[in-house]
Each structure stands twice: as structure tokens, then as C-alpha cells.
Design a protein around this ligand. Sequence first.
Ligand SMILES: [Zn+2]
Ligand SMILES: [Zn+2]
Length: 116
Amino acid sequence: MLQPTEVVLVNDQSLTIRWNDGHAAVYFAENLRFNCPCAICEKARKSDPESTDHKELAQISRKVRFKEFKMIGRYAIGIEFSDGHNLGMYAYDYLYQLCQCDACRSDVTRIQGPVR
Ligand SMILES: [Zn+2]
Ligand SMILES: [Zn+2]
């Protein structure tokens, strides 16, 4: 079962997680904020890229910083961002796919963040 063995908030823009399969994952505030799994963000993210909701989410994500995180049971990490948003419970299997390390970023089958 996928579990983090170490979660480190490196600074307000990057978070690293060592997973129990040995993968050293890297996450950035922008990408995690954009891919927030809560219902509100999911709806905005999946709406038309030209819609106001989608554009607002992308805009917030570009400016946001990590504030803090907390472990939720043994299945997810809750992340609070500098915009005050803390509804996202990032389940381990979802979070694993959002890794932004060089190897994962070059894997096109993974979930991609906002396009710059
Ligand atoms: Zn959200
Ligand atoms: Zn990775």
C-alpha cells in the first residue's frame, strides 16, 4: 500500500515526499493548488479553459504558496494554501500521480498542471 515515509515542506513553494516505494517526489504549490481535489476546484478545473471559473483557479494557483499541511488518517494529506483554501484532501494515490520531479514531468501519461 502506498504510504509517504517522509513529508517535508522545503519552503513555501515546494514540498517533497518520499514514498514507500522509494520514489522521491517533488510538488509545487501552483500545481497542487490547481489540482486541488475538492469539489469546487474539480468543477472549475474540468470546466472550459476559457470559462471564468477555470481562469480564476489558474490565476490563483500561479500566485499561491504553501501554508501548512496535515496528515489525514492514513490515506491523505490536507494542504492549506496562502489564499486560505484548505478543503483539498490529497489522497495518496492521487498525490502520487501529481509528482513534478523531472522523470514524472516528462511522462505524458500523468496529470499535467496548468499550461504556462
Ligand atoms: Zn479546492
Ligand atoms: Zn516523480
